[in-house]
Design a protein around this ligand. Sequence first.
Ligand code: NAD
Length: 355
Amino acid sequence: MTYKIGLLRGDGIGPEIVDSAVRVLEAIATKYNHKFEFTPYLIGGAALDACGVPLPEETVKGCLASDSVLLGAVGGPKWDTLPGNMRPEKALLGIRAAMELFTNLRPAKLYPALKGDCPLREDIVANGFDIMIVRELTGGIYFGERGTREGKYGEEAYDTESYSRMEIERIAKVAFETARKRNKKLTSIDKANVLDTSRLWRKIVHEMAAEYPDVECLDMLVDNAAMQLVRNPAQFDVIVTSNMFGDILSDEASQITGSIGMLPSASLGNTTRGLYEPIHGSAPDIAGMNKANPIATILSAAMMLLYSFNLVEESEAIVGAVDRVLNAGYRTADIAHGGEALGTKEMTDKIIEML
Ligand code: NAD
């Protein structure tokens, strides 16, 4: 079968790490007899330089015509002084909106081989952790009515949050289904002791829990969740939460893994087409130097195989190869602690060798 993959290389280390993921996908295609057809499109600073806008119409059309899309990263000092709507990062919101991606999946996994990178005490992470955060991406306070006005105490600003039953049901469904495929434990995080949106969120999650008797479903208040993530991260399997809480908690969860160059993400909508990207930025400080860790992008490609193409064995093959490379002691500079480090290309070669 042929899969059409749109490539958004972007800026900084984006082109290097996307090319690494493409090489791994090509190795998978050979091994499992698939055909991946790659088409590059411009985004971010590269698009600004070539056509004066961060997200050209052709890029949007190309992504919508692809079976799935792999993104590197956008941005860099060259474009930092541009006005807000011309910034490379603006293209990220634009492409997510155009592809109608309402779910963000962010795994935070501590690799046994990289325990030393975790900033938490050794006894806390003795057994590692493997969390999947399911964040609502297109609703809530980031998209609500906002403004500034004259209030009781003079100038004031406000932001509003609303969530509809439809929005909560569709994200909760993704979360329950995800938990079903993992360790069958779902923690729904809200602020139901204060917020009406959270009370509706909790009510709907409880209603839906009845349809998933095989999944253990718990509620947790967001302030407690922020503490529990550093107190005992291994208690979590799948977390589902709103846009803003997910934004904050997923960054906290990624930090406690200690290695930003290792973490992939997926953004999904109602179709199987998704947008897959590493959680890190364009790392302009190491761009073009063959120093970037390609693993986050390679694991993003593995997520694409699983969530967009349902190629379970192929996806697991990539994850397994990454595990074996790390267990064998190979490191890129960001996780080498001054020890011997492989370049981006050489790390990619090792992963392909281990497939
Ligand atoms: P960053 O993630 O690019 O870099 C932070 C630090 O981590 C840097 O020291 C960098 O060298 C290192 N790093 C990041 N990824 C790495 C990798 N794969 N391997 C090795 N080291 C890695 O964040 P920043 O410096 O705050 O932002 C740089 C640019 O990226 C800015 O223009 C920012 O707006 C943009 N950005 C883009 C995205 C995105 O495209 N999704 C996300 C965050 C930041």
